[in-house]
Design a binder for this molecule. Structure first.
Ligand code: IPE
Ligand code: IPE
Ligand code: MG
Length: 253
């Protein structure tokens, strides 16, 4: 099990172990070029390749990408179906390449709402890459942070029905093994492109102590240099986890 940042203080690391990204701004990237929104989403897939490469080069262990939120179903039906089509094609074309590069592939989110073909490709991709250890790439699809916490609570009480009567109450850490990201440490660095400074129902629980980095760059323009700039910014943060600066200094000695 990975350390919970509110129970234990994670060890200091030179580079982040886990980077989580809200890839925002595809639509605006296309609009500025008088192109249909789908052109931005396609270009966005290319940006994903660059960031995966940058993670491999930097020795980052976990990369989590927000690809489709539980609220993105509110978009026009034709955009939703284009995004599903793109997800399907990307799964078909990329999973083998991930495997060849030693990358473990995971999907987090409520996949029950996806077409059978997509669910089959996810299951096959996860199985094929399960033993890889170089980098874990998690795609958040039909993911919502509130859904994640609620499904963890539901599964916890299913397995521990007597806990309902527990007078001590529910410890936050008790839920953690049931969260969809239980296979990863909490994100050290959160990045959102596209200029908005909000979480949009992404990893609400897991971002408790993440460093939050926002950039105006639109996702299709987020290249390796932009990623390196985010890492350099991260390296300058002092992660205190509730302690004083003096305590952090002393713990380094
Ligand atoms: C992010 O880009 C991709 C998804 C949410 C699927 P957007 O499509 O949100 O792009 P903007 O925010 O409209 O520019
Ligand atoms: C967040 O982007 C979700 C993804 C990047 C998949 P949105 O573009 O949907 O977020 P809001 O609606 O602007 O908050
Ligand atoms: Mg957006």
């Amino acid at each position: 099990m990975f350390k919970s940042s509110t129970r234990d203080i994670p060890e200091a690391q030179a580079v982040p172990r886990h980077v989580a990204i809200i890839m925002d701004g595809n639509g605006r990237w296309a609009k500025r070029r008088m192109l249909p929104r789908v052109a931005g989403h396609r270009k966005g897939v290319q940006a994903v390749r660059g960031v995966v490469r940058a993670c491999l080069e930097n020795g980052i262990e976990f990369l989590t990408l927000f690809a489709f939120s539980s609220e993105n179903w509110r978009r026009p039906a034709d955009e939703v179906s284009i995004l599903m089509e793109l997800f399907l094609r990307t799964l078909e074309q990329e999973v083998t390449k991930l495997h060849e590069n030693g990358i473990r592939f995971r999907v987090i989110g409520d996949t029950s709402r996806f077409d059978l073909r997509i669910r089959e490709l996810i299951a096959a991709g996860e199985a094929q890459t399960a033993a890889n250890t170089r980098l874990t790439l998690a795609i958040a699809a039909n993911y919502g942070g509130r859904w994640d916490i609620a499904q963890a609570a539901r599964r916890y009480f299913e397995l521990n029905p007597e806990a309902v009567h527990d007078e001590a109450g529910l410890r936050p850490e008790a839920l953690e093994p049931f969260l969809t990201m239980a296979f990863a440490p909490e994100p050290d660095l959160f990045i959102r492109t596209g200029g908005e400074q909000r979480i949009s129902n992404f990893l609400l629980w897991q971002l408790a102590y993440s460093e939050l980095y926002f950039t105006d760059l639109l996702w299709p323009d987020f290249d390796q240099a932009a990623f390196d700039a985010a890492i350099a910014w991260y390296c300058k943060r002092e992660r205190r986890f509730g302690r004083t600066s003096e305590q952090v200094e002393a713990s380094r000695a």
